[in-house]
Design a protein around this ligand. Structure first.
Ligand code: ADP
Length: 307
């Protein structure tokens, strides 16, 4: 081998060694960079990120931008909390300020109805009473809905006997059912325990019962059954009302949806929305099975209290 060949070989060897060193150095730098970035993200997650790189490296720029982003996040979550507080006091104000005038309208309407007035006044007084009652219902429903949505009301599940809650809801609906001669039938007794917030669950059950009574024809029957499964307890409420088409099954749980078929009944379309929100806040759910002209069954599922 002549000198030239040896020189070329040595140069190639040097080049390979230099390339290996460069790759090794690059990898080392990358590992270090990744470790620093990882540490930065950890600090950001813990809320303890502080700028400690003040050079002109790219890492320093990333650190500054991350810090800026976190500061903006903190500011927006503070203003979100402030907004929530404002909504909270607004809701409290609305419900407080409207309670007395509505109660007064109802009271004066009742006083008027007790006077001997011309016959033509009676429909006006009745309309006044009906509208005030509707306003009362609407405001309390809106207050409940926004309290749930803004997280002002927290649903606190605890062990409850489901039958007791159903009985409480039935007690509330009985006067309306009696007005329409609707028979409420509660199937065999059960001691099943569920995990739920009693006040809100009674509200959910009442909403479904209220619809059953409202939409079913007079002299019909509303049946309630309780069936415990392994994880959930199922409460079925079945009426003999007008039924709901399959296309509407999912729509009826959205806010303000009302089927055109029930336009002659009073309502605002938030009862089922609220019911679904209440159930999902306590890990439950609601389903409907129905056929037009054949009645509807609403099934409410609540988590069973384990051993
Ligand atoms: P509202 O009864 O005030 O309209 P809901 O949210 O309680 O509001 O119900 C939404 C819609 O679902 C009703 O407007 C009606 O079209 C339908 N619906 C609910 N329950 C029944 C029922 N038991 N039978 C027939 N339709 C029902």
């Amino acid at each position: 081998m002549d000198k030239l060949n040896i020189l070329c070989l040595m140069m190639a060897l040097c080049a390979v060694i230099a390339a290996c060193c460069a790759v090794w150095l690059y990898r080392r730098q990358m590992v270090k960079l990744m470790a620093q970035l990882g540490q930065m993200v950890d600090e950001a997650v813990n809320g303890s990120l502080d700028e400690h790189l003040f050079d002109e490296s790219q890492l320093s720029a990333v650190e500054a931008r991350l810090k800026q982003y976190l500061t903006q996040c903190a500011v927006s979550s503070q203003s979100l909390a402030k907004e929530k507080d404002k909504i909270k006091s607004l809701i409290a104000d609305i419900s407080h300020q409207t309670k007395t005038p509505i109660a007064n309208i109802l009271l004066y309407a009742q006083l008027l109805s007790e006077y001997e007035l011309p016959e033509t006044c009676k429909p006006c007084i009745q309309a006044l009473t009906d509208q005030a009652e509707k306003l009362n219902f609407l405001i309390s429903a809106l207050v409940k809905m926004s309290r749930l949505e803004t997280g002002i009301i927290t649903v606190t599940p605890k062990p409850c006997q489901i039958e007791e809650l159903l009985t409480a809801a039935i007690d509330q609906i009985t006067p309306k059912a009696q007005e329409k001669q609707i028979t409420l039938i509660q199937a065999a007794s059960t001691k099943t325990m569920v995990l739920c917030d009693p006040k809100w669950t009674i509200e959910a059950l009442y909403n479904v019962l209220d619809n059953a009574v409202k939409y079913a024809p007079p002299d019909s029957v509303v049946t309630m059954t309780i069936e415990p499964y392994k994880l959930f307890c199922r409460i079925d409420i079945t009426d003999q009302g007008p039924g709901i088409t399959e296309e509407e099954w999912s729509k009826i749980f959205s806010r303000f949806y009302r089927s055109p078929a029930v336009s002659d009944h009073e309502g605002v379309g938030i009862g089922l929305y609220l019911t679904r929100e209440i159930l999902s806040a306590q890990s439950g759910y609601i389903k409907v099975a129905s056929q037009p002209q054949k009645g509807s069954t609403f099934s409410l599922f609540l988590p069973i209290k384990g051993e």
